[in-house]
Ligand binder design. Structure first.
Ligand code: NAG
Ligand code: NAG
Ligand code: NAG
Length: 187
């Protein structure tokens, strides 16, 4: 992830792509993320919730103490009110707000342990190419569903342990976009 930021600073800055999860309600910035990520990075992240993470990381200063490449640095503690409860096997509909598309790129959706920055299990969905159409997105680009895996039922038991991460990497730039949906499986 640090490598991506480094490459970005050497490359030419192309026009910006933009996208963010709208449904289910994803993590947003809050008091804790602003404290951990610092004012400079948070200002860029907050200015455009659909903007590329690289834009924020390139202004990182001594106050940058989060990992913006995990859920854009947003913290569970700021988002407890948007914790989703699902059952294993539930089909969850997603909607992406594709503000400005860029190709080529690819995307995936996985469950992650956001506190430890690890992917849990296999990706729930992957797109070898995303978006298929940047000006006129096809349905599967922006409206799709994932199924909550039974295999994570014993792991995703408490808020903050699991998040569904939507990840888009636009190769030109490069630019990284992420949204995280906090969830628990069960009761
Ligand atoms: C999702 O895509 C990114 C960018 O290619 C990759 O780094 C990551 O490993 C992928 N995640 C999964 C779970 O495949
Ligand atoms: C995207 O959709 C537009 C409008 O329907 C079409 O003209 C264009 O060829 C499509 N582009 C791709 C890459 O499919
Ligand atoms: C989930 O998405 C698949 C693939 O697009 C579709 O065939 C299926 O009908 C959807 N399921 C639900 C419950 O919406």
């Amino acid at each position: 992830m640090l490598l991506q930021a480094a490459v970005f600073s050497l490359g030419t800055v192309g026009a910006l792509a933009h996208a963010v999860v709208k449904t289910p309600t994803p993590r947003k910035p809050g008091a804790l993320s602003e404290e951990l990520c610092g004012a400079a990075v948070s200002t860029v992240l907050n200015r455009d919730l659909a903007g590329p993470i690289e834009n924020a990381v390139k202004v990182a200063d001594a106050d940058y103490n989060c990992n913006a490449y995990v859920c854009r640095g947003y913290q569970y503690e700021d988002n407890e009110a948007s914790l989703h409860t699902y059952q294993a096997g539930d089909v969850v509909d997603f909607h992406i707000d594709l503000v400005a598309g860029h190709r080529p790129g690819y995307a995936n959706v996985s469950v992650i342990d956001p506190a430890n920055n690890v992917v849990l299990g296999s990706p729930l969905k992957t797109w070898e190419e995303w978006p298929i159409n940047s000006t006129n997105p096809i349905q599967d680009d922006v409206d799709f569903n994932i199924t909550i895996p039974e295999s994570l039922a014993s792991i995703c038991t408490e808020g903050g342990k699991c998040a569904i991460q939507w990840y888009w990497y636009a190769i030109g730039g490069p630019q990284t976009y992420e949204s995280c949906v906090d969830f628990v499986i069960g009761a």
